[in-house]
Design a protein around this ligand. Structure first.
Ligand code: RRO
Length: 312
């Protein structure tokens, strides 16, 4: 018998799968559809203090090997998502939920964390340090000094479970520096990776880019990014304190990809592009494929193989 139960910080989930923030999580209707699906839990769209329309459309495109987006942080504003998670947390049937925030400045991040701190919210808060798509706003997490300052300030005012959403890193020295910074803080988890920022898709027939904002530059998701995601999960698992859990995000198309994320060290696994392509029913297929693979391999629990990828 296979058991997909997983825990992160002091929270337990029936299975490790959930949406990646930004996919199927803008409205209460979409969030309710995730809750009704076979996902283990959900995360809300990264919020700013106020409603944002985001970038002009078309701003998301599915591609044969993944996706490209430059949404520009469209969202309903923090209050909308906070009201949603607060409304659900009294329901014993609902798992602990994740609330994502992404301010356009450190001051805005701190203002949102202070707002959340004042409420009874008892789920997990995710600070998105890696939005690649707001023109003129570089990703915080590519600036190590700014990241450290942000975390210093965040933990001085925020005392609920907090995780950070990170962009992909590409050099082992970057993993060392970032892990040293992250290990200084009582983080509940890191979520790695956000989309691979500022790719450019070109359709040769029409000689045209795929999305309108930023001249076509946008964050890549899907199959393009699976090896980068696995590298980031594994590199951080090798470097972070064991108390800091890891959510693996990027490139999951099937149960074997979920399995690979867990082998690399992920405690939970998020699904973005494939959820955008298939809708919430994707979680039924992925949990079944993961279960089948574990049965074939004679694994009963995720802990049987988590982090145990073999090297040559
Ligand atoms: O809204 C977006 O454009 C966006 C965000 Br905030 C993010 O964190 N990652 C992404 O691929 N798109």
């Amino acid at each position: 018998m296979v058991n997909l139960t997983t825990s992160l910080h002091n929270y337990t989930f029936q299975n490790p799968l959930m949406n990646a923030s930004g996919v199927h999580c803008y409205t209460t209707e979409q969030l309710d559809e995730l809750l009704a699906s076979d996902a283990g839990t959900l995360v809300t769209k990264s919020a700013t203090t106020e409603y944002r329309q985001g970038n002009p459309e078309p701003r998301y495109r599915n591609l044969a090997l993944g996706s490209i987006n430059s949404m520009g942080l469209p969202n309903e504003g923090l209050k909308y998502y906070l009201d949603y998670v607060l409304g659900k947390q009294t329901d014993a049937q609902v798992p602990p939920l994740f609330l994502s925030v992404a301010g356009l400045s450190m001051a805005e991040d701190l203002e949102m964390l202070a707002q959340i701190e004042k409420t009874d919210f008892n789920g997990l808060t995710e600070l998105n340090l890696s939005c690649p798509n707001v023109p003129g706003k570089p990703q915080v997490a590519y600036d190590f000094e700014a990241t450290e300052k942000m975390l210093d300030e965040a933990f001085s005012i925020f005392h609920k479970p907090l995780g950070v959403k990170l962009p992909p890193y590409f050099d082992l020295a970057q993993f060392d520096i970032m892990a040293n910074i992250l290990n200084k803080y009582p983080l509940a988890y890191i979520n790695t990776i956000n989309s691979v920022g500022n790719g450019l898709y070109i359709d040769v027939d029409s000689e045209t880019v795929a999305i309108k904002p930023k001249g076509g530059f946008g964050g890549l998701g899907g199959a393009y990014i699976l090896p980068t995601a696995l590298a980031n999960v594994h590199a951080f698992r090798q470097r972070l304190n064991p108390e800091i859990a890891i959510i693996g995000t990027g490139g999951v198309q099937n149960g074997a990809d979920v399995f690979a994320h867990i082998l690399a060290g992920a405690d939970m696994v998020q699904v973005g592009t494939q959820l955008a392509k298939d809708g919430p029913a994707v979680f039924t297929r992925l949990t079944q494929e993961l279960t089948n693979l574990m049965t074939e391999k004679n694994y009963q629990t995720l802990a049987d193989f988590r982090g145990k990828v073999k090297t040559l």
